[in-house]
Design a protein around this ligand. Structure first.
Ligand code: ADP
Ligand code: YYY
Ligand code: MG
Length: 207
């Protein structure tokens, strides 16, 4: 496993002055199982789950100023401008006493990654990457049944193209920093969680 645990981050950012942050980024293509595994990590290890996609969907639902733009981008399978997404993540982090965060579906590209560093002033301790073949991701998304506007074959194909074009530099960046933990995302939900569990069990000692 390509992973080294690290001390909680104490940087210069607005959040990190107030509390020890322990941040995990959760990456993987659409349907790779990020949300499903995050729920299990929350249950077992007491993290706060912030899904970038869910925060954006809440923004659409609340008819905010950016809502229409976000909806258009999500329907087209595009990545929303980083500043918008990072501000939502920042709000989520600030409204929480717990400093242990799972940030799901973020960063999806290099722009996302650098915007987080600039605005939040922190880095992740660990980056989980759920590695899943495209056919399996398509199958899972089409069966997801959550009424999402982007869970249709046309949008999925666009999202997979965006994913293929933008995720590698992010993965490579964290791999070189020794923070990447790649998880085989094929198997039952429980089998996959048994691959995830040791990553968090190993971190318990340093929090
Ligand atoms: N290991 C698995 N095997 C089969 N289906 C899964 C598995 N993990 C999750 N799913 C299902 O696949 C769909 C996508 O999972 P989800 O966690 O929403 O993925 P993501 O957040 O990466 O898009 C959901 O309907 C979920 O119930
Ligand atoms: N960092 C992010 C995360 C999501 N989005 C947008 C674009 C994505 O296709 C949608 C849905 O993301 P979400 O993480 O909920 O999707 P999956 O769980 O991977 O299926 O939101 C974004 O623009 N930037
Ligand atoms: Mg998800």
């Amino acid at each position: 496993m390509e992973f080294s645990s690290a001390e909680p981050f104490k940087g210069e950012g607005c959040l990190s002055k107030e509390k020890n942050l322990y941040i995990t980024f959760v990456l993987g293509g659409p349907g790779s199982g990020k949300g499903t595994q995050c729920a299990k990590i929350v249950e077992n290890f007491g993290y706060t789950h912030l899904s970038a996609g869910e925060l954006l969907r809440q923004e659409i639902a609340s008819n905010s100023e950016d809502g229409v733009m976000i909806l258009d981008m999500i329907k087209e399978g595009k990545i929303v401008p980083s500043e918008v997404t990072v501000k939502l993540i920042q709000k989520g982090m600030e409204s929480c006493d717990n400093g242990k965060f799972l940030i799901d579906g973020f960063p999806r590209n290099e722009e996302n990654r650098t915007a987080f560093e600039q605005i939040i002033g922190a880095e992740p301790n660990i980056v989980l990457f759920f590695d899943c073949p495209e056919e399996e991701m398509i199958k899972r998304v089409l069966n997801r049944n959550e009424g999402r506007v982007d869970d249709n074959i046309e949008t999925i194909r666009k999202r997979l193209k965006v994913f293929a074009a933008s995720h590698y530099p992010v993965i490579d960046y964290y791999s070189k920093k020794g923070k990447l933990c790649k998880i085989d995302a094929i198997g039952t939900e429980d089998e996959i969680f048994e691959r995830v569990r040791p990553v968090f069990a190993a971190c318990e000692g340093v929090q």
